[in-house]
Ligand binder design. Structure first.
Ligand code: NDP
Ligand code: MG
Length: 430
């Protein structure tokens, strides 16, 4: 029998009164702008204390002019100066910069809820800062759990932070499992749309262009997660995310292809019951659920009509065609080999997951720049993880060791990239 060991203490009903004071990390991205749409639809419920972006200072300036938070953060001093010049007269927030600035804004004493929605490993340190400061963390940045789930679990236990999953599958599971804290769980089933190339063959995949890969059939998302959805690496990262959120070995997390993206995930219990969460593919639902938890906010989305849809379909994922999913499941298996995390983290450590994520970020950026082909993404990740299997480091890693391994794996992936044959996708200038 497996009891659910959620990553943080579960939030108590009505703990945080409204209006809640929010900091949004990754405010200028897809999740960040959807979060602001939720906040703007419920102005009596939220106060924006801080907004962090990176390079899109024009968008950040517009958001800041509307919400007037006393704190902003951007990537560097140059962007800070540009941002300052775009702000309305009479409004002079404190502008923080770089990873240290992001960590500061994430841990502001007055912040009650922190949305972690930066993309990639860049979100790790600010997420950890928010968790260490004991915040309610609405977590979209799945990469921070992939890199450092054990550290985040330990930090949440120490600080009393509450982690609420924004990722739609994990949010679905969180909702489906509400009230089942001590019941026996058999497995979690993460649904996957299958991405834009679900029905395509390998020859097609070999010639895929960035523009084709960016066109997700159901969701509108940032570039990196859109490519991850096309390779199914996103689902692999989500399997690792689920292992950390619920303290489960990878054998208890399954993936089910569901092209309509209506059933967002399912939890199966020992009596054979499967509890699912359904809804339209709209990230505002998961975001609002986290920002207002345990309350629900009204949203102006279309009502889901199952009668109009007529049928929902499901299939097993094809890991031969989409090897990134298998690579991520293998990395999760290395990490969770010793079962649920102990007080000191997973005994086998998360080195494989760190390397997998780093190589994937390098490969996705290269694919988007036309420097490698779609199928090279999996090849680069596989090469990097194979190298780690020979050299380690093995065992639990602290933050510094994770950051070092991340940097080393990026350097290795960049070298592998240079060794690829001339490889621009068909249809792009040679
Ligand atoms: P976007 O690419 O749309 O936005 C990314 C955000 O991160 C932007 O605000 C960007 O700033 C900021 N950013 C980029 N680089 C850095 C950096 N080096 N340091 C700090 N901030 C940086 O991504 P999404 O909103 O799509 O995704 C964000 C996270 O949420 C990802 O981890 C993703 O996996 C997860 N997620 C997203 C979903 C979605 O529907 N979009 C669904 C589920 C999870 P700027 O633009 O100003 O440069
Ligand atoms: Mg998801």
């Amino acid at each position: 029998m497996t009891c659910i060991d959620y990553i943080s203490r579960l939030p108590e009903a009505g703990e945080l009164p409204f209006p809640r004071t929010l900091v949004l990390l990754g405010a200028t991205g897809s999740i960040g702008t959807s979060a602001l749409a939720v906040i703007e639809a419920h102005p009596d419920k939220f106060r924006v204390l801080g907004l962090a972006g990176a390079r899109n200072v024009e968008r950040l300036a517009r958001q800041a002019a509307r919400h007037r938070p006393p704190f902003l953060a951007v990537l560097d001093e140059e962007r800070a100066a540009a941002l300052k010049s775009l702000l309305p007269a009479g409004y002079a927030p404190e502008i923080l910069t770089g990873p240290a600035g992001y960590a500061t804004i994430a841990a502001l004493p007055a912040a009650q809820v922190v949305l972690s929605a930066m993309v990639g490993a860049a979100g790790l340190e600010s997420t950890l800062a928010a968790v260490q400061a004991g915040k309610v963390v609405a977590l979209a940045n799945k990469e921070s759990l992939v890199l450092a789930g054990d550290l985040i679990r330990a930090a949440a236990r120490a600080s009393g932070a509450v982690i609420l999953p924004v990722d739609s599958e994990h949010n679905a599971l969180f909702q489906a499992m509400a009230g089942h804290g001590s019941h026996a769980l058999r497995r979690l089933i993460l649904t996957a749309s299958g991405g834009p190339f679900r029905d395509k063959d390998r020859a097609f995949l070999d010639a895929v262009t960035p523009a084709q890969a960016l066109k997700h059939p159901n969701w509108s998302m940032g570039a990196k997660i859109s490519i991850d959805s096309a390779t199914l690496m996103n689902k692999g990262l989500e399997v690792i995310e689920a292992c950390h959120l619920y303290g489960l070995p990878v054998e208890m997390v399954d993936v089910l292809v569901h092209p309509q993206s209506i059933v967002h995930s399912l939890a199966e219990f020992e009596d054979g019951s499967q509890l699912a969460h359904l809804g339209p593919p709209d990230m505002r639902i998961a975001i609002a659920y986290c920002l207002a938890h345990p309350h629900r906010l009204a949203l102006d989305n279309a009502t889901l009509s199952l009668a109009s849809l007529g049928s929902l379909t499901f299939a097993t994922p094809d890991v031969e065609k989409f090897p990134c999913l298998q690579l991520a499941m293998d990395a999760a298996a290395v990490m969770t080999a010793s079962g649920s995390p102990t007080e000191h983290g997973h005994a086998a450590g998360n080195g494989a997951c760190v390397v997998l994520n780093a190589a994937n970020e390098v490969a996705v950026a290269a694919f988007l720049d036309g420097r490698c082909r779609f199928l090279d993404i999996a090849r680069l990740v596989e090469a990097a993880v194979a190298s780690w299997r020979r050299t380690g480091p093995f065992g639990p890693l602290d933050l510094q060791a994770i950051l070092t391994l991340d940097a080393d794996a990026r350097a290795l992936a960049a070298r592998c990239l240079d060794l690829l044959p001339a490889c621009l996708p068909t249809g792009m200038p040679e």
